[in-house]
Ligand binder design. Structure first.
Ligand code: 13P
Length: 337
């Protein structure tokens, strides 16, 4: 596969309803996932788990890119093949998380900024040599009492734009992920207002840094009710408001949009994406870049046991296919059985 131009890479990843598998959990986060199935997180168990996903039949045709953590990009599978090569052999491109997590915006602040710009250029040069075709940087915005502040939004979006520029200078496609968290009791409308503000600010910053929009993938949250909100919006409302928010704030020449799942159930994440694609009326590809919503079923089936690998792979393959159907608006609940 020779994809040299940034726009070609971005389009390939999301072509024909394909989406992205986010398998870039940091060492701390993957430990939490493994704790939930009583499995120790070691270099070997992480490799076994991730190789199981990458070898699954459902990778082919449904997954166009896989986001990896540093350890995984360098790791060999059981037979000595690089995990990134296993991914390529399935028709997907390997990508890499390059942010270094969150730090408080100010002393005593509940708000955060994302770290990792200092040595980013150097790290990108190495990741490119290791075969990464795209990268990810996640900014986190909380909704709560008096937050998000304008300062928090602006500082995070400036960093996302600086990141995107450095990555493109190193010939990789940046995924820009400004995540407005679901945590809290805010309404869907609150989420709409904050997400609009965030996306608006993001594209102002990307433009001001001269980032190539056609060689960029946006990874946003959906416009959704807070987890503790007493009135939970239904599938159609989430889909309509998310599409409205994106149309109002995202330039048409962006290559593609791939949502995060953010703690939604597997079925909600699929149903929302499907409903948006059934509405249509937008120029970009609207697809998925799910972590939990693609992996949860497989993780719970695997339980860290060799004998469960085949059924865990089936569980993962099923979710990958369901989300591909959703990315083309062809999903319905009957397909889940
Ligand atoms: P979730 O789909 O579990 O939110 O993970 C996506 C991701 O990559 C977060 O940065």
């Amino acid at each position: 596969m020779s994809l040299t131009n940034l726009n070609e890479i971005a389009e390939y990843i999301l072509s024909n309803g394909k989406g992205i598998l986010a398998a870039d959990e940091s060492t701390g986060t993957i430990k939490k996932r493994f704790d939930s199935i009583d499995t120790e997180s070691t270099e070997l168990s992480r490799r076994t788990y991730r190789e199981m996903l990458f070898q699954a039949d459902g990778m082919k045709g449904n997954i166009g890119g896989v986001i990896l953590f540093d350890e995984t990009l360098r790791q060999l599978g059981a037979d000595g093949t690089l995990l990134s090569e296993i991914i390529s052999n399935q028709g997907a491109l390997p990508g890499i998380k390059v942010d270094k997590g969150l730090s408080p915006l100010d002393e005593n602040s509940l708000e955060t900024v994302t770290m990792g710009l200092d040595d980013l250029d150097e790290r990108c040069k190495e990741y490119f040599k290791l075969g990464a075709k795209f990268t990810k940087w996640r900014a986190v915005i909380n909704i709560g009492n008096g937050i998000p502040t304008d300062k928090c939004i602006e500082e995070n979006m400036i960093r996302l734009a600086d990141y995107a520029k450095i990555v493109q200078n190193n010939n990789m496609v940046p995924i820009v992920e400004p995540e407005v968290l679901m945590d809290g009791s805010h309404t869907l409308n609150d989420c709409f207002i904050v997400t609009s503000k965030v996306l608006n600010s993001l594209f102002i910053q990307l433009k001001s840094k001269d980032v190539n929009i056609k060689g960029t993938i946006l990874k946003p949250n959906m416009v959704i009710s807070g987890t503790n909100c007493s009135e939970q919006a239904g599938v159609q409302e989430v889909a309509e408001q998310t599409v409205k928010c994106l149309i109002e704030n995202v330039p048409e020449d962006l290559s593609g949009i791939a949502f995060l799942s953010g703690g939604q159930s597997d079925i909600d994440a699929t149903a929302h994406l499907d409903a948006m694609n059934k509405i249509g009326g937008f120029k970009w590809k609207l697809s998925f870049s799910y972590g939990r919503a693609l992996q949860q079923a497989a993780l719970k089936t695997w339980l860290g046991k060799e004998e469960n690998i085949t059924s865990a792979q089936s569980a993962f393959s099923h979710r990958a296919l369901m989300n591909k159907k959703a990315a083309t608006g062809e999903w319905h609940t009957g397909l889940e059985n």
